[in-house]
Design a protein around this ligand. Sequence first.
Ligand SMILES: *[C@@H]1O[C@H](CO)[C@@H](O)[C@H](O)[C@H]1NC(C)=O
Ligand SMILES: *[C@@H]1O[C@H](CO)[C@@H](O)[C@H](O)[C@H]1NC(C)=O
Length: 504
Amino acid sequence: MVHTTALFAATASLLLSNTVQAEGLYTKNSGVLQITGMDYDRVIAKSNYTSIVEFYAPWCGHCRNLKPAYEAAAKSLAGIAKVAAVNCDDEMNKPFCGQMGVQGFPTLKIVRPGKERGKPTVEDYQGQRAAKAIVEAVKDKIPNTVKRVTDKTLDEWLQEKNETAKAILFSDKGLTSATLRTLAIDFAGLISVAQIRNKETAAMETFGVEKVPTLILLPGGTKDPINYEGEMKKEAMVEFLSQVATPNPDCPPAKPKKSKASKEDKKASKSSSKFSKASASHKSADASSAAASAKSETVDEPVKAAESPGANLKDEDAPEPIIIPQEETKPTIPLLAESSELQSSCLNVKSKICIVALLPKDDTSEATASALASLASIHKKHDAQGSHLFPFFGIPASNPLVPLILAELKLGSEEEVHLIATNAKRGWWKKYSGQGFGTVEIEQWVDAIRMGEGKKEKLPDSLLGEEKKAEVKEENVADQQPIKIEVEEIPDEDEKSQHDHNEL
Ligand SMILES: *[C@@H]1O[C@H](CO)[C@@H](O)[C@H](O)[C@H]1NC(C)=O
Ligand SMILES: *[C@@H]1O[C@H](CO)[C@@H](O)[C@H](O)[C@H]1NC(C)=O
């Protein structure tokens, strides 16, 4: 077994450097708040709001599948809770993702304020990956500080700190909606919020309430109550209550930076009093608050960071983030030059999935370098995560089996790179037919294989050697187990019922 020669390495490193800074999955216009390990502490951990955070990698198929549901959830939770995402493929975020105990993608965690400020409770979200389920799970975690009152307790509540403002919602519901709970958080210490049922007739009469829901603001002191006439929507309700008090900021303000982003920062802190706007201001992606306390005490999973935790955490005074130096040695994949190596690794009745790049004679071609570099970087990624990805091999044209494989699988020219997946144990193979050999395209293909997707073709027995045929048949009958998928798969529920559940 030889390893990739220096011949490839030079070209490969060039190509590889383009793939280091992976594009995030969510665009700037997405309702999903894109955060880094640096933002987490300020924006999520120190927030009075409840958040859900997705830890993802852009190349992961399940992450891409989750995207529409996650964006729908973000829309539905706007102003109620934060829906955030961390790209763990970004070198900057890797130590943070490790600290958070992320073992696979996507990982969803619900983060809510703990008893102590800045020490949130972090729990894995294990529910369905559908918008509705996510929305309900997050709403469920929003703390409830709304006082429940009855005819009997109304006077007592009204007399409590009677100079401060109060708001009371008359409702036919026993439960307190996420919207009202969030309003109480927005105005904590400023406006006492209560809820009362419409069966409490004395109270209904006292306030002259005829329909539910009705929200009444009691400005405090001797000022007259004010009936809310607008829609029962979070933002409008905040505005209504804002006439007596400015809502609390949901999280500490971004520290001003000297960099070019300072203009955006100003915008962000100005609007940070209003959560809905603060959430929209995530473009500023502030990096000033170090994620030193990101390793929340309530994260109970073991830390499995490939890099030393905190290696790239930014000092508050440092002007630029510390970039982890690129590795000196480029990743490689093994090259199988001998037919026996290929046979024992991929083409015998026991061999499971192999990704095999059949290389042309001209091993200096761009396609060769590109394919090898992409495969190596994909495998390295998985290795770093500790996921057991099937092996990748490069097969030089000098391997005596290459002409036979090209002919039997009708792959065509021996002047080109042919990328195939084989599973000799199950007797199938798949062909990569993407455009070029970039990391993204190949990753998608590899992902599909991991998920058992894509067209399988019958692997000709001739490639397994005459004496193996009988064995193959037996094995196929005996072995009924499905292909093992490494990534847990939760089928998405239909997402058509993702309407707003914030009604009161
Ligand atoms: C508030 O409490 C004080 C003292 O108990 C009382 O004099 C005043 O009338 C109360 N104000 C209201 C609006 O109930
Ligand atoms: C959070 O809530 C408290 C009241 O409970 C408030 O004083 C504070 O301003 C709010 N915002 C932040 C960022 O702590």
